[in-house]
Ligand binder design. Structure first.
Ligand code: IPM
Ligand code: MN
Length: 356
């Protein structure tokens, strides 16, 4: 198969980690007889420098014409002082919205060789840890009306959290469909004891659940979920939640696997076009030093093969290669532990590529 991939390298460590993911994709193409064609486009800080905009129209157009999008990371201190719409993050939110990517899948699982990196006690993780957060991505407070007004010497800022029934229904379906292929358990996370959006969320999710008799549904308040994630994470299979809650809980979930640098993500819409990115940021402090961990981006490429290109065997080849390299004791600095062999970003990429 021939597939067109738009690549947004982005800022900070973005270029070096995407380079490794592309090397891995090229190896997959060679091994399985596919052709991947890349179009490099600008977004984030580098796009602001080049064009004055975090998300040039050309980038959106090329992404829309592609079969999927691979993204490194955007942002950095250089652009932090800009007003809201001129920050790199606005590019990220803009592309998610422009491509209609309402469902963000963030898996968190404990890789056996990285057990020591997990900050939780052994007894808490003895039953394993393999959950996936399904985060609504283009609604809620991130996309509601935003104002800051000063009146009579008092300045008031307002971010409006809004959800409509159809937005909740479609994300709930993604969660239940995923649960069907996993352990059949959905936990819907909200703050229904306080928020109206959450009460609507809960009502709609329960209506959707009727179409999935083989899956179980539980509701959990977001504050309790934050606690349960460190108290008893093995209880979770699929967690579905709104945008802001999902942003926060997915960082927490990734950290309990011990390694923010290991977690990929997929952002999906109605069609097969998706955007694939590591959940970590652009880490400007280590950019250009060839010490970043490319694994989250490489695993994001694997998710692309699975979800956008329907290539499960190819995706598995990447996942197995990553597991083997870890098994053999190779580590980037962020996941280094005693007795292991520390390698650079490019070396880690090469080791994984060679295993495919
Ligand atoms: C993420 C990031 C983004 C978000 C930021 C950079 C806008 O934290 O992908 O989780 O909040 O969605
Ligand atoms: Mn985040």
């Amino acid at each position: 198969m021939t597939k067109k991939i738009a690549v947004i390298k982005g800022d900070g460590i973005g270029p070096e980690i995407t380079e490794q993911a592309i090397a891995v994709l090229d190896r997959v193409a060679e091994k399985f007889g596919h052709k991947f064609e890349y179009s490099y486009v600008l977004m984030g800080g580098c796009a602001i420098d080049e064009t004055g905009e975090p998300l040039p129209k050309e980038t959106v157009d090329i992404c829309l014409e592609s079969d999927s999008v691979l993204l490194g990371a955007v942002g950095g201190p250089k652009w932090d002082k800009g007003e809201g719409s001129k920050r790199p993050e606005a590019g990220l939110l803009g592309i998610r919205k422009a491509l209609g990517l309402f469902a963000n899948l963030r898996p968190a699982r404990l890789f056996a060789p990285l057990k020591d990196a997990c900050p939780l006690k052994d007894e808490i993780t003895k039953d394993g840890l393999d959950l996936i957060i399904v985060r609504e991505l283009i609604g809620g407070a991130y996309f509601g009306e935003r104002t800051t007004v000063t009146e009579n010497g008092i300045t008031t800022a307002n971010d409006c959290m809004t959800y409509s029934d159809f937005e909740i229904e479609r994300i709930a379906r993604v969660a239940f469909d995923l649960a069907k292929k996993r352990r059949g358990k959905v936990t819907s996370v909200d703050k229904a004891n306080v928020l109206d959006t959450s009460r609507l969320w809960r009502k709609i999710v329960h209506e959707v659940a009727k179409d999935y008799p083989d899956t179980t549904l539980g509701d959990m308040l977001v504050d309790n979920t934050a606690m349960q994630l460190v108290h008893c994470p093995s209880q979770f299979d699929v967690i579905v939640t709104e945008n802001l809650f999902g942003d926060i809980l997915s960082d927490e979930a990734s950290m309990i696997t011990g390694s923010l640098g290991m977690i990929p993500s997929a952002s999906l819409g109605e069609g097969s076009l998706g955007l694939y990115e590591p959940i970590h940021g652009s880490a400007p402090d280590i950019a250009g030093k060839d010490i970043a961990n490319p694994i989250a981006t490489i695993l994001s490429a694997a998710m692309m093969l699975k979800y956008s290109f329907d290539m499960p065997r190819e995706a598995e080849a990447i996942e197995n290669a990553v597991a083997q390299v870890l098994e053999e004791g190779y580590r980037t600095a962020d996941i280094m532990s005693a007795g292991c062999k520390q390698v650079s970003c490019s070396k880690m990429g090469r080791l994984i590529t060679e295993k495919i």
